[in-house]
Design a protein around this ligand. Structure first.
Ligand SMILES: *Cc1c(COP(=O)(O)O)cnc(C)c1O
Length: 407
């Protein structure tokens, strides 16, 4: 008898986006004359930077010529891309990361889930609340939790992000081995400064814990004082793995390219207390279970680092950030308490009512789709997330509708 992985049966949260879709669909059918404006999605809307398209095309042409055709590439990624990343994303910012420590992949989402394979089944895991659902769901699938009751999985340490702590969780008060952090944050848009990040790194070092740092939104940081990478903080190379992606940085959500940094100094221990290099283990996993991102996609990603590409990617981000600042200003003008939208494409809004109620109200009265905060965890209850990923025209139209509906 073929049996299922019963941990999958504990999952609850796929309900969020299907429930949103269901309600939007029903609303649209009832009001076909007024197309809804979608500010709920966490997906980019602008096309790829022209420099990336050019490099992508050229690489496809190379693949069609005998002299320049390439078969399997290195599983960890081509040196041309890893070297660019090490120098532009790390060394230029004072973080001493070697190209060898960078693993190119087809997504930060997959890497986030896959990295767990390196850890013992019984590690104690701490996950922020609210949170990008992938961290939690992949731990559930891996069997690291008990059942879900009242919105919380047994066995997980929840790190609460609330207005009281400026949406930056406190250090855990109970023993923890693995911690997920994401800054700038999805969904709250909160950022972390160097001093606070240093406290986390010091805590991890003192507890022989590991931080999985998701920096998918680092490109949205405008404030010069904020760290883009956890490796800008002293000692982080020993205790942190970092996830990055070209998805939000350069519009690669449909093209697929990301990378994970596993420093050679990063360790995990066996039952006897012997240290093991995580770099070696991840290298082993990556080369065994992955055959590399396609050559043209890696060339397209490389183009993000050319002068032209940087300029174009920056312009994309600036467009979204203009939307974000506008949304935040409009929400504050309606006397709503907000965070995010300053160094992040997400604005986290205290609706002062049930998340789904606020969602329904915006949909009914304004024809605008947001994301109910409750879908990201218990601490998201009462909040909604508005995303800046849309055209400036749609964002202005949506804010005008909300203004009319709420005043
Ligand atoms: C969008 C996003 C990613 C990027 O995932 P990809 O698989 O690289 O597209 C990673 N982390 C968070 C928190 C995100 O919102």
């Amino acid at each position: 008898m073929i049996r299922v992985n019963e941990h999958y049966l504990k999952l609850t949260s796929s309900y969020l986006f299907s429930e949103i879709a269901r309600r939007v669909d029903a609303h649209q059918k009832a009001h076909p004359e007024e197309p809804v404006l979608k500010l709920g999605i966490g997906d980019v809307t602008c096309p790829l930077p022209p420099a990336c398209v050019k490099a992508f095309r050229r690489a496809v042409e190379e693949m069609g010529e005998e002299a320049s055709f390439r078969g399997y590439g290195p599983e960890q990624g081509y040196p041309f891309l890893r070297e660019r990343i090490a120098s532009a994303d790390y060394r230029e910012r004072g973080a001493d990361i070697d190209p060898d420590e960078i693993f190119i992949s087809d997504g930060a989402k997959c890497d986030n889930g896959n990295i767990q394979e390196l850890f013992s089944q019984d590690v104690r895991v701490a996950i922020p609340d609210p949170v990008y659902p992938v961290y939690l769901d992949t731990n559930v699938m891996a069997g690291r939790t008990g059942a879900c009751t009242d919105g919380r999985y047994e066995g997980i340490v929840y790190l609460e992000s609330t207005r009281e702590n400026n949406f930056i969780p406190e250090l855990p008060e109970v023993p923890v081995d693995l911690v997920y952090l994401c800054f700038p944050n999805n969904p709250t848009g909160a950022t972390i400064d160097r001093a606070r990040l240093q406290q986390w790194v010091d805590w991890a070092a003192a507890n022989r814990a590991l931080i999985l740092f998701d920096a998918a939104y680092e490109a949205f940081i405008g404030d010069e004082s904020l760290p883009h990478s956890i490796y800008e903080v002293e000692g982080a190379k020993e205790v942190a793995v970092e996830f990055r992606s070209f998805s939000k940085t350069a519009g690669f959500t449909g093209t697929r390219c990301a990378f994970t940094v596993v420093p050679k100094d990063c360790k995990a221990w066996d039952a006897e207390g012997n240290p093991h290099s995580l770099h070696r283990l991840w290298h082993r996993r990556h080369t065994t279970k992955f055959n590399g991102v396609s050559y043209p996609v890696q060339r397209a990603a490389e183009a993000v680092y050319t002068a032209e590409g940087r300029e174009q990617a920056r312009a994309l981000i600036e467009g979204y950030m203009k939307n974000a600042r506008f949304i935040r200003k409009e929400m504050e003008a309606l006397q709503l308490d907000c965070t995010g939208g300053e160094n992040s494409p997400y604005i986290w809004i205290d609706g002062r009512m049930d998340s789904w109620k606020f969602f329904d109200m915006l949909l009914e009265k304004a024809g605008v789709v947001c994301t109910p905060g409750a879908g990201f965890g218990k601490c998201g209850e009462g909040y909604i997330r508005i995303s800046a990923f849309n055209s400036s025209e749609n964002v202005h139209r949506a804010m005008e509708r909300i203004r009319k509906a709420l005043t």
